[in-house]
Design a binder for this molecule. Sequence first.
Ligand SMILES: C[C@H](O)[C@H](O)[C@H]1CNC2=NC(N)=NC(=O)C2=N1
Length: 98
Amino acid sequence: MSKLSEKEIVKHLEKLPEWDYEDDAIHTEYEFNNFKDCFSAMSRIAFECEALNHHPDWSNSYNVLNISLTTHDAGGITLKDIKLALVIEGIVEEEEEE
Ligand SMILES: C[C@H](O)[C@H](O)[C@H]1CNC2=NC(N)=NC(=O)C2=N1
């Protein structure tokens, strides 16, 4: 899969207002009510990543989750990153509503 142009990335990020684009990756940070909710979201995201065979660079500190997405094989941002970010948004939205 080839990497997206900067113009294409900016266009896709219109659907992902909480995500920033920097250094050939897209980034966001989530703050949950507590560690349990954060880890629960991480667990659900992990299974989706496996299903998509596309994995995040992420870090967790107590109730905060930082996620960066890039396609290592392509050396930049591809549709796989946009798709996974949309899936992650859906999971986090559900997690926050529970
Ligand atoms: C063989 C290669 O590692 C796999 O196709 C997948 C695994 N998960 C991946 N995840 C991400 N973010 N980028 C990749 O290029 C990638 N490649």
